[in-house]
Ligand binder design. Structure first.
Ligand code: NAP
Length: 241
């Protein structure tokens, strides 16, 4: 049995789930977090375990400081180490800025950005003791280039990118690498209501991305990218060339 442990937020479905399965395939014990759907999360756990590694699903809201601290303490006590952390959980609450409610601003900033602080804080302490670790933050092209109708989302993802670069500088000497992924348009629940035929026209590769495209890069960063830190890796089919 492998002793490598990965922890991924928001991994009951979509990109988080694909990353969980890819890391399980690479021999990691993969612990997942979810918020809404217990059944989906338990199904993901079974799929992870089918790779012959350990898994567990932890229900908590990553934007809730107390819930997150309590759950992270349990996870760290049970598994003893965390080699890979993927801060993936995220939501959109899109709308033109002049009509954006404070609630939609706060929920996006809390779930997409403050969560990374709540989750990473206890994990970094463990990684410093290990003198090794890999942190990957799920940003977005919106965080690099902005997007009309997504002031809240773009701000949260740009914040994650600044967080990534600062942590990379702070933690490099401790053997910890920190990178961000900036996906373009990926086929998941998050994009299911978009008119993708129009979007695809602007993508040089002429297709939407799949969650597995992101997962393969996560695995590469975890296993192979040993001299890569502080980077924002665009996975967007060339959309923002
Ligand atoms: P998704 O299918 O909607 O999945 C989101 C995941 O986050 C779900 O597992 C959900 O759990 C979880 N989640 C949401 N709020 C949470 C909270 N407060 N606490 C804990 N978990 C929470 O979305 P996705 O497309 O896979 O997106 C994953 C990440 O990639 C997000 O950060 C997103 O911003 C980013 N991204 C996606 C795209 C895209 O095109 N899809 C592009 C750029 C960036 P439950 O279902 O259990 O609630």
């Amino acid at each position: 049995m492998s002793d490598k442990v990965a922890f991924i937020t928001g991994a009951s479905r979509g990109i988080g789930k694909a990353c969980a399965l890819e890391l399980a395939k690479a021999g990691y014990n993969v612990v997942i977090n979810y918020l809404g759907d217990e059944k989906l999360a338990q199904d993901t756990v079974k799929e992870i375990e089918a790779f012959g590694v350990q898994s567990g699903a932890y229900h908590f809201d990553v934007s809730n400081k107390e819930e997150t601290a309590a759950s992270m303490a349990k996870i760290i006590e049970k598994y003893g180490r965390i080699d890979v952390l993927v801060n993936n959980a995220g939501i959109t609450r899109d709308g033109l800025f002049i009509r954006m409610t404070e609630e939609n601003w706060d929920s996006v900033i809390d779930i997409n950005l403050s969560s990374a602080f709540y989750v990473s804080n206890p994990v970094v302490k463990v990684m410093i003791k290990q003198r090794s670790g890999v942190i990957i933050n799920m940003a977005s092209i919106a965080g690099v280039y902005g997007n009309a109708g997504q002031a809240n989302y773009s701000a949260s993802k740009a914040g994650l990118i600044g967080f990534t670069k600062s942590l990379a500088k702070e933690l490099g000497s401790r053997g910890i690498r920190v990178n961000a992924i900036a996906p373009g348009f990926i086929n998941t629940e998050m994009t299911k209501n978009l008119d993708t035929s129009k979007i695809v026209e602007f993508i040089p590769l002429k297709k939407m991305g799949e969650a597995e495209d992101i997962a393969k890069t996560i695995r590469f960063l975890a296993e192979e990218g040993t001299y890569i830190t502080g980077q924002v890796i665009g996975i967007d089919g060339g959309l923002v060339i």
